[in-house]
Design a binder for this molecule. Structure first.
Ligand code: GLC
Length: 443
């Protein structure tokens, strides 16, 4: 066995150990310390790693997510574990204020990027042909309801682009375009006032995340307070999108979310086809429209894709790693894909010693330690690697895979990493870092 193979096996063994220790009943917690529940896109990434080592557990991970699916099809970003007494986060969310929330499980009231169809499909690839069809048949109804909800609820003007109501829904909590929206008028007056009097300092004592992770690697206290306040507003409106829209709240057609949706639609089509299931006509039309609508997020002037405001259609022209995500969507033409690859290789933008930074280094927002405002995340690299492979940029995909693996060799299975030094940041033993490294090494 050569050295590389040894290293790979060792990393797989360590990653498997992390996934074992973060396991809680039917699902895997993103982190035992910091995120002790089931999270939507985390579990999809986790299942895609688990499929290489334990297909039963990978299937269980996804079925456990469906426990939390709402009666209108919504998949919540957090499904809370069974617990005798009501936990503080359950009190915070009170999912039961919505008539659509499940009767027997507590969940959050918002969603996260839709990778479920991809996870279902990729688990299927590891099953024998008969089992695969059974697996697909057992999930198709829920998947269709889920994608129908995205369009019915989050694309009210039928534009082919889904809108999000809270930065947490993007999965990239403090990503600059969302934070700019917050700072440009969505920070509540009382929080601004508290900030002026430095009272937000005391809020720091109430935060769970900064008990484990240094404050400069997380959202500032004032931003964190504002996001909790925005969540309370959604709860007061019973998580009803129609009641929420137009009331001075976040409403953004997020670029990453929509690229993931387009990709997921494609996987849903493949699953449906293999079991001769018809996709409802309206859903099929919406899916086609999304492919065309991605172009509305392209800005000719700066040659870049951006997120967009739902109400005004104004592009939020701040560069982030989202601008590379159309590669993952797989539906842009080759010329645009090559352009994105060049952007990725640009030393003034995304080409750092430990790529890919979540914000380009030449941006005023770039901070190599701050959560989604600069650090490198394994899940984003993984999606971009998928995109590169899909467009035939094999060498680029191989280099990025190698560098992504180097990150964990250097800094362990951390939540995120400094893109300049490679130093680990956030919580350690993070489940999706472990799972996706297994996937990269096994593919
Ligand atoms: C943080 C991340 C989000 C993730 C969650 C659980 O909120 O920003 O993407 O799903 O933690 O790991």
């Amino acid at each position: 066995m050569n050295k590389n193979k040894n290293t790979a096996n060792q990393l797989i063994a360590e990653a498997t150990e992390i996934l074992k220790s973060n396991r809680k009943n039917s699902y895997t917690e993103p982190s035992k310390l910091l995120y002790p529940h089931q999270w939507l896109w985390d579990s999809c990434f986790i299942a895609m790693g688990l499929r290489h080592i334990d297909t039963d557990r990978a299937q269980e991970e996804i079925m456990s997510l469906f426990r939390g699916q709402w009666k209108n099809g919504m998949m919540p970003n957090i499904v809370f574990g069974e617990s005798g007494k009501k936990l503080q986060p359950q009190r915070m969310w009170q999912s039961q204020v919505s008539p659509y929330s499940p009767d027997d499980v507590f969940t959050s009231g918002i969603t996260q990027p839709p990778l479920v169809a991809e996870a279902v499909y990729k688990i299927g690839e590891k099953l024998d042909p008969k089992e695969k069809l059974i697996w697909f048949r057992s999930n198709i109804k829920e998947l269709i309801q889920y994608h129908e909800w995205i369009y019915n609820d989050r694309d009210p003007h039928q534009e082919g682009l889904a809108l999000l109501l809270h930065p947490w829904e993007s999965g990239m909590d403090n990503t600059p375009p969302w934070m700019k929206e917050l700072h440009d008028g969505l920070t509540p007056k009382w929080i601004e006032f508290a900030h002026k009097l430095h009272l937000d300092y005391f809020y720091g004592f109430l935060r769970l995340d900064t008990k484990f992770v240094h404050l400069n690697e997380r959202l500032s206290n004032v931003d964190a307070m504002s996001l909790f306040d925005a969540q309370r507003k959604l709860r007061r409106k019973h998580y009803d999108t129609k009641k929420i829209l137009g009331h001075n709240s976040f409403a953004i057609e997020d670029l990453t979310f929509n690229c993931i949706l387009i990709k997921a639609n494609n996987y849903l089509k493949k699953i449906a086809k293999s079991i001769d299931q018809k996709i409802p006509k309206e859903l099929a039309l919406s899916m086609d429209m999304s492919i065309k609508s991605l172009d509305k997020l392209w800005d000719e002037e700066t040659s870049e894709y951006y997120s967009r405001k739902f109400e005004t259609h104004e592009l939020l022209k701040i560069s982030t790693i989202a601008s590379l995500m159309p590669l993952y969507s797989g539906v842009i033409d080759r010329e645009r894909a090559s352009h994105l690859v060049k952007t990725m290789e640009d030393h003034n933008k995304f080409s750092t010693p430990f790529p890919i930074p979540t914000v380009p280094v030449n941006s005023d927002w770039f901070n190599p330690d701050s959560y989604w405002q600069g650090p490198t995340w394994i899940n984003m690299n993984w999606m971009i690697i998928e995109g590169l492979k899909n467009y035939g940029f094999k060498e680029h995909a191989d280099v990025l895979t190698k560098k992504t693996i180097e990150l964990v060799e250097h800094g362990g299975f951390s939540e995120y990493f400094n893109p300049i030094t490679g130093d680990p940041l956030g919580i350690h033993d993070f489940s999706w870092s472990a799972a996706l490294i297994i996937d990269l090494l096994k593919n």
